[in-house]
Design a binder for this molecule. Structure first.
Ligand code: HPA
Ligand code: ZN
Length: 344
């Protein structure tokens, strides 16, 4: 089946982007935790399959639990939920479902994060995780030319030594991994804790990204850039606390993979109306829109674009610029970027 790439013409105007416009816009997603796409129905069915006891009996119990005060309150449930993923087919199915969603939402390219330590720490082999994911990615490529890559994240609440071990474990699968990243609890786990890990990853030829400035201070963004030598910052919204950093980001065009619904659900902002993404866009920062953990935060990529239209009055022109940024900020080879950009 072919992906949907054409439809209503993509002429830019000052109209507010509506849902149809957003759906038909060719897009890339660069900040998506694949474990965060585990839908409640899938979680319950895997718990039954493996005889795992969860603190929820029904879908309503799960939905009721998804009320978060901050990043940590989310992470506690996110790691619990990921505990139902046991065999290669589970990882395949999780990946397959998200890639089908990409096809439905006209996400032509996706760079997805995964957390191997969440699984290896429970005795699941690295090989099981990566083989399940990459087999689904291969099938989606064959079936509808879905373009995708994997970003292996280190859990920053764990020790540097464990991240180094994970990097070693990943070496035989280097060709299947596009980049390394850094996620989990940010405050108290600054970029400098992983400086040696990232320098070793760079020596091994991995591209690099890091969550910074989600809950942590603007200084963590500066440190991720200078100490970890990352090519992109995940979230990065706290840069607004440091106007000279915003100027620097606008000048250097280091991409920020921003996740609006996530930021509201994790109380980084009380209301979407306070979200700074469009201000950053207008200042010339290379911001992109992403869903982070869509099954936990109430929406996939189109829902995030639609929330910006509804609460911030995002225009069609701004939506096109955000979609353009998503391809430019990707790790695709230049000629492939150009091919996707020509569709806009
Ligand atoms: N922040 C940090 N770690 C994460 C997130 C996030 O939003 N989602 C999954 N792991
Ligand atoms: Zn994230």
């Amino acid at each position: 089946m072919k992906p949907r790439i054409t439809g209503r013409s993509m002429k830019t105007s000052s109209l507010i982007a509506d849902a149809e416009f957003v759906l038909e816009l060719p897009k890339a997603e660069l900040h998506l935790h694949i474990e965060g796409s585990l839908e409640p129905e899938h979680m319950l069915s895997l718990a039954t399959k493996h005889g795992i006891k969860l603190p929820y009996k029904t879908l309503d119990d799960i939905r009721a639990a998804y009320q978060f005060d901050d990043l940590q309150s989310f992470l506690d449930l996110y790691y619990l939920g990921a505990g139902v993923l046991m065999d290669e087919q589970d990882f395949y199915d999780l990946m397959w479902r998200y890639l089908c969603r990409c096809r439905e939402e006209n996400i032509l390219h996706t760079e997805m994060m995964f957390d191997p330590q969440t699984h290896t720490g429970r005795g699941i082999a690295f090989e099981t995780v990566i083989n399940g994911f990459t087999r689904a990615m291969g099938d989606a490529k064959t079936e509808w030319h879905q373009s995708s890559g994997l970003i292996m994240c280190f859990l920053r609440h764990l020790a540097e030594e464990e991240a180094l071990q994970t990097l070693e474990e990943a070496m035989p699968y280097k060709d299947k991994i596009l980049a390394v990243g850094l996620d989990s609890a940010e405050v108290g786990h600054p970029p400098e804790k992983f400086q040696r890990v990232f320098s070793r990853a760079a020596e091994a030829g991995f591209l690099r990204v890091a969550h910074a400035g989600e809950e942590g201070p603007a200084q963590y963004i500066r440190d991720a850039l200078s100490l970890l030598d990352v090519q992109r910052i995940d979230h990065g919204v706290r840069c607004v606390d440091d106007p000279s950093l915003v100027d620097e980001l606008a000048r250097t065009k280091v991409p920020l993979t921003v996740c609006p619904l996530s930021n509201v659900r994790l109380c980084v902002y009380d209301d979407m109306k306070q979200h700074p993404i469009l201000e950053l866009l207008e200042k010339g920062c290379r911001v992109t829109v992403n869903s982070d953990d869509p099954s936990y935060f109430g929406g996939y990529l189109c829902d995030n674009f639609n929330a910006l239209a509804k609460s911030l009055g995002m225009t069609e022109q701004q939506a096109v610029q955000l979609a353009r940024n998503s391809f430019v900020a990707s790790f695709l080879p230049e000629e492939v970027k150009q091919k996707f950009l020509s569709l806009l």
